[in-house]
Design a protein around this ligand. Structure first.
Ligand SMILES: Cc1ncc(COP(=O)(O)O)c(C=O)c1O
Length: 493
């Protein structure tokens, strides 16, 4: 199972005024856009630019106190939830609209993490919300033992977004569940047992998919998930091979490369090494697919994060690599936050699986199908894939300038609005910036009104994955805030 990589980096800030790229003004503003509200300038450093306006007015929060929520969180919510609570001063989220979130005090945030790359077209997008409400009044639930229109409308619509022969759809409730199902189907179809993923990857937390996931933080010392092997990720920043023109991204690494343009040493390594280490190239995935298929395997593209136009150039990440997988798994952006996942495969693989019966109570229920169907329409109508390409590429190129300016920004990578900014102690060592140091910048960016994510094996990479409805103004605001926090950190250390 191969995961299309993700990650990037950014640029610096000065003074009060925001730089506007020519022609960037309101090109991507959606009609639902907005007005200003309760950001409290008192608490902001003098030199950060003004947050882009928003006309939407959130409801006033009248619920339980923050202290009470934290008490319940500690006492009644599972302890993991405290472990993953981002920020020393947590964000108490109350309401969302498109790229904006409001906390219970009415403070507005620009959401550049989208509930972990999940809100694809915008929080409570009016069109998707209307579709959900309509279905909510008509029929919440029935299962696929009955024939109901939303399921069929959606399966046909989703299949039309995939190339032949990927036309058979299984609907699930999450990405882990989709990957679990794909593992089972691949094993039944091929008669093989071993599954290969990349080191450092995340493919789910269920007992089966935890074997695919390769990050010690998520691993438990229990048996299970046997037959899962992780191979070296083609990481051209940290890995043994690769240089300045290997990456499928608008931004290349700062590493030198001795290879001639369009020619990569890693390609010339013996196939065993290529298989084991996967090298770096733009055509890496193509070679890996060939190796797997030569050995009777099938290739699964986990598009849980990279699907639905997020990479900008294509609707699916795999399409940027000139390959067609045997199975595609998806979740997150599929439902704009509604719990949903899917596996799409070939009629041949589906036939191997059809020997027994597989049932899923909620998978593809009417609500999920109505929402997901509207998400597909909205991606098209709002041009979100084009936004991903234009705004994402712009941000990456600007972040690359910041990388060249600041010693602690080691790498910027990604495609579209799937961006990673890898932080280091210094560029020479490439040692990861330690978690406490990462947290200072992370917290600072949040205090200035922007939510981003963190990831990577050492927690050293900032993740930028906003809803795909952001504007150039939002991008500029983020770049300014991010640069200011890096700049201030450097001044302090
Ligand atoms: C690439 C990828 N695959 C699978 C999953 C698992 O999805 P879920 O959390 O919906 O089970 C995730 C979740 O972060 C993911 O990023």
């Amino acid at each position: 199972m191969y995961k299309v990589g993700s990650c990037l980096r950014g640029r610096a800030l000065t003074g009060a005024s925001r730089w506007r790229p020519p022609g960037s003004s309101t090109e991507f503003h959606l009609p639902t856009g907005a007005l200003y509200q309760k950001t409290s300038p008192r608490h902001l450093p003098r030199d950060i630019p003004e947050m882009p306006p928003c006309s939407f007015k959130p409801e006033e929060y009248k619920g339980m106190s923050k202290e009470r929520m934290m008490e319940i969180r500690r006492k009644n919510c599972n302890p993991m939830i405290m472990k993953v609570t981002s920020y020393k001063k947590p964000v108490f989220v109350h309401q969302g609209h498109m790229q904006w979130l409001w906390d219970v005090d009415g403070k507005r945030y620009l959401d550049f993490f989208a509930g972990v790359a999940t809100v694809s077209v915008g929080h409570c997008h009016p069109r998707v919300t209307a579709a959900a409400l309509q279905q909510l009044k008509r029929l919440w639930h029935t299962t696929n033992i009955y024939v109901y229109p939303p399921l069929h409308e959606y399966c046909e619509k989703l299949a039309s977004h995939l190339p032949d022969p990927l036309k058979v759809v299984y609907l699930t409730n999450s990405g882990s569940e989709a990957n679990d199902l794909a593992m089972m189907m691949a094993r039944l179809h091929t008669g093989n047992f071993d599954i290969i993923t990349f080191r450092g990857s995340y493919h789910g937390g269920s007992p089966q998919t935890i074997g695919l996931t390769s990050n010690s933080a998520y691993k438990y010392p229990i048996a299970g998930a046997s037959g899962c092997t992780n191979t070296m990720c083609p990481d051209v920043f940290r890995g043994p091979w690769g240089g300045s023109h290997c990456r499928d991204s608008p931004v290349q690494t700062i590493r030198d490369c001795g290879c001639a343009q369009g020619h990569c040493m890693a390609n010339e390594h013996p196939s065993r090494e290529l298989e084991e280490l996967c090298s770096t190239l733009k055509n890496f995935l193509k070679e890996a697919y060939t190796l797997v298929r030569e050995r009777g395997g099938v290739c699964i593209a986990d598009e849980v994060q990279t699907g639905f136009g997020r990479t900008g150039t294509h609707f699916w990440g795999f399409q940027g690599h000139d390959v067609i997988p045997d199975m595609v798994t998806m979740a997150k952006g599929i439902g704009n936050g509604f719990p949903m996942g899917a596996v799409v495969t070939t009629p041949e693989i589906a036939a191997s699986f059809a020997k027994g019966v597989h049932f899923n109570t909620f998978g593809g229920n009417p609500m999920a199908c109505a929402v997901a169907s509207s998400v597909l329409d909205t991606i098209k109508e709002d041009g979100t894939q084009q936004i991903s390409l234009k705004v994402g590429t712009y941000m990456m190129l600007e972040l690359a300038k910041l990388r060249d300016k600041y010693e602690i920004i080691g790498d910027v990578r990604g495609k579209g609005l799937q961006i990673g900014v890898e932080m280091v102690k210094d560029k020479a060592s490439r040692d990861p910036l330690p978690p406490d140091e990462m947290n200072k910048i992370f917290e600072d960016v949040k205090d200035m009104g922007i939510l981003i994510g963190k990831g990577g094996v050492y927690g050293q990479t900032f993740r930028v994955k906003p809803p795909m409805c952001i504007t150039m103004e939002d991008a500029d605001f983020f770049l300014a805030v991010f640069e200011k926090s890096v700049h201030d950190y450097m001044e302090r250390r």
